[in-house]
Structures are given as structure tokens and as C-alpha cells.
Design a binder for this molecule. Structure first.
Ligand code: NAI
Ligand code: MG
Length: 789
């Protein structure tokens, strides 16, 4: 029988290799040895490491391992280029971005082949996903550059951005980082991942050919140390990182107290939920995309299958049948589904995790069939018989390994889905629109796909909840992450407040004559401090004006617990939250004289105006509660993405000493308006105005637990709050040292922080009456819904 007849007989795929010639020619033209790209010039190669093809083990080129001096030269070049680049008209920057987008499109096949050779991903994916999405990102952001002034009035770029990217989508992650940064007027120093630098180096040539001004984009290659040098460089204004949660935490620590902007896009363990009424065949195809796209090396991979018990057996059988058809092999073969993993260390890492999982009771299924004997290949795997505690369920595997569990009810599905420290993405399949739209908002993830998966677009923000990081890439939120309000950039150090010397050294027994001992306010009740001690509050003349409780860790922990149990405040209708805030403002209004007198007693200043401003501010945020809406995006596929604005959850607020009532009113009202629950530490020097709020809160229908107030030593209470894993966001107003402490302490659950760093925030300004605060109190979840014909 001849070959064609054989193929007819077996219906097997024949080889369909994509030629590597052009990519090899390009590498050869560069002598297969690269320096960095700094200030528009290639540097001489320094100490190098080898860039390898993980499918064959063949070395492709020598890459320079960047030193701290290289990083410094690149940062200097970016700094020097910044004034001219940020000074261009938006559309002029846009023109460069358009030109880059076009050039990526024009050379898309070369980029795709080079990406596949360097990374091991199937050519089908680099050709159809990575490269077109990278081009789309530059096109989209060319438009943002053009419309910047109108869409982000009075905003300025950060300056020099240090960007560190991973190896799973090398050119695409470069595009996600560079396009918005340049559109906003920043200049950049980007470090590609050590396993995959080549398309970033090819991108350099695009920059050269479109005549991008020198120093606007600098590429420094290297390993983790090179990345660390960039993070720690004192003249970098913002760090944008995508990679492991582990390194994300190191970077959070390293940038604490520096004032550098920070966005982190980290790991995930995203649930893939299949309800019994789902279109099962489509859900299987989606699952293939969710977990075997890019060999599972995807931060948002749907790596945890949660399938409803009633269809579990049927669905798993379908998955296994489909797995048997997946073709593992040469990534340059156009009909291969699963290529090579990025490097041998990743293969070993995945094998180790699998061994641990199996030792803990997991059962692993792998389909029959061969995989190449050499190169970094693994078979697709399906893991069953696992409990939520199994390593394979809790750890990000970052490989072609799917873990399956079942659930009975939708509530249980939500509970299992959210039972992870991560919160990057989630997928759900159901033919019942009511069920789908009921579940989507309950999933704690930055992206939710309904009846689809792994959809991405430049217009739609992408990023995580919880330990999957903070900040968004893409869309308006992504642009906002590369801009700052002008006034914020101009903040000056706060003048020191007058130091009050107590008239006499305070004898704890003296104060007993006062009936002014304010308690804490926890879970809607006034509570005595756990410590059993009070602390005196002095007026400006040093005379005792009252006492408040000496709060400690226990009081904070109780408050956080109460706040977490009140989180349904976030799903209360915004209209109802507005009503409660109006009521609060009104009740404060009734007692304005009393509050003014109290402010005067503590600060010596006329309090009437501050009370007036506080009432106005609470009214302002009551008004905002039902108006800070999300958006509906129309990405270029059959779907809409509903960008939903959601609260952070529990916010710890440490209030400023100056304007003690206005500061609290502003911060509290904005957090509450957006549906957050709050644990508030009032000003240490003037806490009495805030403890007087208890009665106002009680008469205003604020549900128990939504606001909790703990008085005491601001710094030690701030530390406890910042370290607490039940706190999702932390706003700290105080010294630079205190701010550094808070940012460091926030690392354990990667809570979002906003610290004043000893700078003077003028709460009377209208900047504090609107979206500046609202955006800090919220995070955006994009829910993708199939739509249209
Ligand atoms: P990684 O987080 O170490 O690498 C990401 C980037 O960070 C690379 O460019 C690397 O050179 C750089 N880097 C490493 N240490 C640094 C430091 N101290 N300061 C600054 N930059 C630093 O990830 P790695 O080691 O390549 O992969 C390990 C695991 O991390 C993977 O198996 C996977 O589980 C996870 N990962 C997750 C990614 C995601 O997008 N969610 C991407 C890459 C890895
Ligand atoms: Mg490589």
C-alpha cells in the first residue's frame, strides 16, 4: 500500500512541520550572541548563559546575564529619555505604538516560530494566540495614548518603569507591559525571563525600525539577580511584575517604603466548574483549552476541575476519551496540541509535585501513546481521588496536570472554588443563565469566564484577587496603573503636629473622675478593651480631656472576625448603602455642635468647619454609592466582558492625626459606599470625635460588624491589621517609617496597601470626594459572557 492509502486507512495526522529557517537566519545574522539593548544601542555581550530549545535541547543563542551596572545604565537611559517621551503629544506616542503593532503583524510568522523554538509551545498557539494578541495590545494602546488627556485629565506617567516578565508568554507579556507603559508616557527597562529572551530581542529590532527614540525601551536580559537589581534600583518609579507568587512576595518586601508603584500578576489555581446542565462536549473542549493550552503553563489555567456529582462519571469519561486524542510532540508541527515544557527544571518540579500528591492518595491517569523520548515533554494528566488538602489541589503545578473533584450543590461549588489562596480566574459552564449569573459574582477571581475559557483581550482588564496579586493589565484599569494624579506626584512631607506635653505626669488613677471613658466598637457593640487598660487623651494645653480603651491584638482580631461576618454588606444593593450613608450624614448633622466642641477640646482648633466638611463628605460618598459603575467591553470575539466593580472586602484604616474627623469621615464613607467592611483605628492624638461616632453609627442603621473601631497605639494596631490574613486592604496615614512597616507586614496575603508615607494629604481637597478613593476601595472583576451571533 502506498503512503496516501495508509493515511486514508488510519486517518492519522501526517507531519506538518513549520520551517525554522527564517528564525535561524535571524539568529545567525546576530551571531547567535546578544548583549543588552540600552539607550538605543546593543551592548557588547558580557557573561552569558545559553538560550535553549526545550523540545530538542539544542542551544539557540548566548544571552548576557545582566549585572547591576547594566541595569543602572538602562535605568539612566530610560530616565534621560523620559522628559522628551512624556512630553510628546499623546497621538505622537500613539503613532509609534501603531507602527510597532503593524511591524509585529508583518513579521508575525517569524515571531511565532522563534517563540516556539525558544519556549516549546505549539506553533498553532504562538501563531494564533501569542503573536496576534501581542499586536492587538499595541494597537489598542495606541488609541489610549491618543486619548490620554481627555480620558485621564490631570494625570502624569510614573517615570521609569521596571518590568519583569515570565517565560510562559514571552512576547505577549512584553506587550502587556510595554504597550500601556509607553502609551502613558513612561519609559521602560524590561527584563525578559531567562528561559525565553529571544522574542524580546527580536522586538528590539522592531523598535529600531520604527525609529522609537533611544532610551524609551531598554531590554536587559538575565536571571533572578538581574530582576532584583532592577527592583532595588533607587531611580525606578514603578515595578510591574508577572511571575510566581513567591517572587512577587519578595518584590513586595523589597519595594516597601520606597514609594515605588507596584503591580503584581502572580500565580493561580483557577477552578473550572461544570454544572450538570452544561453542554458537556463544549465543556470538554473548553477544558482542553483551560489546562492543556501552553502545556498548562498558564497563570490562569483552569487547573481544578469541579464537576457536579450527577454527571461526574460521564464527564470524566469524555475527558479521558479526549485526552487520548491529544497529540504531544514537536512544537513546530502544526497539528501538535501539546508541545514541550519550558525547561527541564520545570519538568522535574512537576514530577516532584506529582509524587507528593500520589503519596497523599491521588490517582493519576495518563492516556496511552508515545511522547518524544528526548526534550521536555510530559503527557497530559488527570488527577482524581484528592481531598482539598492534597498538594496537587492547593499548589500551582504550572504543567499539564488537571485535578478533578466533585460537588453536589451550587453553594458547594462556590465554596470549593474559593477555597484557595489564589484568585486569578474562574470558569463555569451551565446552560442556565440564572445559575451562571448567580455564581459568577460569588467567585473570588479577577476574571470569570462563562461557557468559554482563556479569553483575553487588550480592552479587558486582567489580574488577580487575593494572592494572585493586584493591579490590572489591559483596558482602562490597566492604563490607570501606569498613571498618577498630578497632585499626588507633588505631595510634600507633612509638617509635624505640635507635640502635647501632659500638664502633669499621668497617674492612671486620676482619670477615674472622668465619665468619659470610651470603649471600643466591635461587631455593633461597645466593647471593653481586652487589655483592661485605658489611655488618656490630652488637649493642646496638656490637660486630660478624656480616655479611650488601650486596644491590642485581640481587639483587632475580634474586629476582623466581625467584619468578615458582615461582608454581605458588599452585596447589599448600592441604593441601600447610599441610604445608610445619607442617614449617617444626617445624624452627624444633628449633633454638629457637640462634635465641633469635641474637636476643639482635642486640637484647640475651631471644629465647626471640619464637622461641616465631614458631613458634606459623607453625603458625597452616599451619592457615589450607586454611581461608580463598571463597564461593558466589546472584545473582538463573540462575547461581552462585564467589568464589575467589587469591594476589596475588609479594609483596615489607620486614620490621620490632622483633621481627625474629616479624615475618618472621608476614608470610612468611601470604603462603605463601595461595600467594604472596615476596622478603623482613629487618630491616636484625637480619637474622641471618632468614639463619639458610635451612637451616630448605631442610629443610622449601619449593620453590626460593618464598622469596627479600635483605639490605642496606632503603630502597633496597624501592624496587627497589616499582618492579618482576614484583612484585604490596608490604608495607613502616618509616618514614613510606619508606612514602610505596613507595606512589609502586608506581604503574607498580599493585601493591597495605600500609605501616606509621611506626606501631607489635604483631606479638605476635592480630590478626596470622588473616584480617587473609590478606585482604591474597589477591584474590577471581568465576567466574560458569550453574546451575539
Ligand atoms: P519566577 O517568578 O522566578 O520568574 C519570573 C521572572 O522573575 C523571571 O524573569 C525571573 O528572572 C524573575 N525573578 C526571579 N527572581 C527574582 C527576584 N528576586 N527579583 C526580581 N525578579 C526575579 O518563576 P520561575 O522560577 O521561572 O518559575 C517557578 C514557578 O513559578 C513556576 O513553576 C510557576 O508555578 C510559577 N510561575 C508563575 C507564573 C505566572 O504567570 N503565574 C509565571 C512564571 C512562573
Ligand atoms: Mg528557551
Amino acid at each position: 500500500m502506498n503512503k496516501i492509502m495508509q493515511i486514508f486507512d488510519s486517518l492519522d495526522y501526517g507531519p506538518a512541520p513549520e520551517a525554522p529557517d527564517q528564525a535561524i537566519a535571524w539568529l545567525d545574522s546576530k551571531g547567535r550572541k546578544f548583549g543588552h539593548f540600552i539607550n538605543g544601542l546593543w551592548t557588547e555581550p558580557g557573561q552569558t548563559f545559553s538560550a535553549d530549545n526545550p523540545a530538542t535541547g539544542a542551544p539557540l543563542a548566548d544571552i548576557t546575564n545582566g549585572t547591576a551596572a547594566d541595569v543602572d545604565a538602562a535605568v539612566k537611559a530610560a530616565r534621560a529619555a523620559f522628559p522628551a517621551w512624556s512630553g510628546l503629544k499623546g497621538y505622537q506616542r500613539g503613532k509609534y505604538l501603531y507602527a510597532i503593532a503593524r511591524m509585529i503583524q508583518k513579521h508575525s510568522r517569524l515571531f511565532a516560530v522563534l517563540e516556539t523554538m525558544d519556549n516549546g509551545k505549539p506553533i498553532r498557539e504562538s501563531r494564533d494566540a501569542d503573536i496576534p494578541l501581542a499586536a492587538r495590545h499595541f494597537y489598542h494602546h495606541a488609541g489610549w495614548a491618543t486619548h490620554l488627556e481627555r480620558e485621564f485629565p490631570d494625570h502624569v506617567p510614573y517615570g521609569v518603569c521596571g518590568q519583569i516578565i515570565p517565560w510562559n508568554f514571552p512576547l505577549l507579556m512584553l506587550a502587556w507591559k510595554i504597550a500601556p507603559a509607553l502609551a502613558a508616557g513612561n519609559t521602560v527597562v524590561l527584563k525578559p525571563a531567562e528561559f525565553t529572551s529571544l522574542t524580546a530581542l527580536l522586538f528590539v529590532e522592531i523598535c529600531e525600525r520604527v525609529g522609537l527614540p533611544k532610551g524609551v525601551v531598554n531590554i536587559v536580559t538575565g536571571e533572578g539577580d538581574t530582576g532584583a537589581a532592577l527592583v532595588n534600583h533607587s531611580d525606578v518609579d514603578k515595578i510591574a511584575f508577572t511571575g510566581s507568587t513567591e517572587v512577587g512576595k519578595i518584590i513586595r518586601q523589597a519595594t516597601a517604603g520606597t514609594g515605588k508603584g507596584l503591580s503584581l500578576e502572580l500565580g493561580g489555581k483557577s477552578p473550572y466548574i461544570v454544572f450538570e446542565d452544561a453542554d458537556l462536549d463544549s465543556a470538554v473542549e473548553g477544558l482542553v483549552e483551560a489546562i492543556w493550552f501552553n502545556q498548562g503553563q498558564v497563570c490562569c489555567a483552569g487547573s481544578r476541575l469541579l464537576v457536579q456529582e450527577s454527571i461526574e462519571e460521564r464527564f470524566i469519561a469524555k475527558v479521558k476519551a479526549r485526552m487520548a486524542k491529544l497529540r504531544v510532540g514537536d512544537p513546530l508541527d502544526k497539528s501538535v496540541d501539546i508541545g514541550a515544557l519550558v525547561a527541564q527544571v520545570q519538568v522535574e518540579r512537576i514530577r516532584d509535585l506529582m509524587k507528593r500528591g500520589v503519596a497523599e492518595g491521588a490517582v493519576v491517569y495518563e492516556p496511552d501513546g508515545d511522547i518524544p523520548g528526548e526534550g521536555c515533554f510530559l503527557k497530559p494528566a488527570l488527577v482524581t481521588n484528592v481531598s482539598p488538602a492534597n498538594t496537587l489541589v492547593s499548589e500551582e503545578i504550572f504543567g499539564p496536570v488537571l485535578v478533578a473533584m466533585s460537588f453536589r450543590t451550587p453553594e458547594e461549588a462556590v465554596q470549593l472554588a474559593n477555597n484557595t489562596k489564589y484568585g486569578l480566574a474562574a470558569t463555569l459552564w451551565s446552560e442556565n443563565i440564572n445559575l451562571a449569573l448567580d455564581i459568577a459574582p460569588k467567585l473570588k477571581a479577577g476574571v470569570v469566564w462563562i461557557n468559554g475559557t482563556n479569553q483575553f483581550d487588550a480592552a479587558v482588564g486582567f489580574g488577580g484577587y487575593k494572592e494572585s496579586g493586584f493591579g490590572r493589565e489591559g483596558g482602562r484599569e490597566g492604563m490607570a496603573n501606569y498613571l498618577k494624579p498630578k497632585w499626588e506626584k507633588a505631595l510634600k512631607p507633612a509638617p509635624a503636629l505640635p507635640v502635647v506635653t501632659p500638664a502633669a505626669s499621668p497617674n492612671p488613677l486620676d482619670s477615674h473622675g472622668l465619665d468619659q471613658t470610651a470603649k471600643m466598637y466591635i461587631g455593633g457593640k461597645q466593647a471593653r478593651p481586652d487589655s483592661g487598660y485605658n489611655r488618656p487623651v490630652f488637649g493642646p494645653d496638656g490637660k486630660l480631656v478624656g480616655e479611650v480603651g488601650e486596644g491590642n491584638r485581640k481587639d483587632i482580631r475580634n474586629s476582623v472576625e466581625k467584619a468578615r461576618s458582615a461582608l454581605s454588606w458588599g452585596t447589599t444593593a448600592a441604593h441601600s448603602r447610599a441610604q445608610v450613608l445619607y442617614f449617617l450624614a444626617e445624624n452627624l448633622d444633628y449633633r454638629r455642635d457637640e462634635f465641633a466642641a469635641r474637636l476643639k477640646a482635642q486640637t484647640g482648633l475651631d471644629g465647626a468647619e471640619e464637622v461641616e466638611q465631614s458631613i458634606e463628605r459623607i453625603f458625597a460618598f452616599a451619592g457615589w454609592a450607586d454611581k461608580y459603575d463598571g463597564a461593558v467591553h466589546n472584545p473582538p470575539m463573540r462575547a461581552i466582558a462585564a467589568a464589575m466593580v467589587e469591594p476589596l472586602g475588609v479594609i483596615g484604616i489607620v486614620a490621620p492625626d490632622s483633621k481627625p474627623l474629616l479624615g475618618v469621615s472621608t476614608l470610612l464613607a468611601s470604603a462603605l459606599a463601595m461595600g467594604n467592611c472596615v476596622v478603623l483605628v482613629p487618630s491616636q492624638t484625637a480619637p474622641l470625635s471618632v468614639t463619639d461616632l458610635y451612637q451616630v453609627l448605631e442610629t443610622s442603621d449601619v449593620p453590626a460588624g460593618v464598622v469596627n473601631i479600635v483605639t490605642g497605639d496606632s503603630l502597633s494596631l496597624a501592624k496587627t491589621l497589616a499582618e492579618h490574613d482576614g484583612v484585604d486592604g490596608m490604608w495607613f496615614f502616618g509616618s514614613a517609617e510606619g508606612s514602610t512597616m505596613v507595606e512589609r507586614a502586608s506581604v503574607s496575603n498580599l493585601k493591597q496597601t495605600w500609605t501616606s508615607r509621611g506626606l501631607e494629604y489635604d483631606f479638605t481637597s476635592s480630590h478626596f470626594a470622588g473616584d480617587y478613593l473609590l478606585s482604591k476601595a474597589t477591584q474590577v472583576k471581568n465576567v466574560w459572557i458569550p453574546y451575539g451571533a
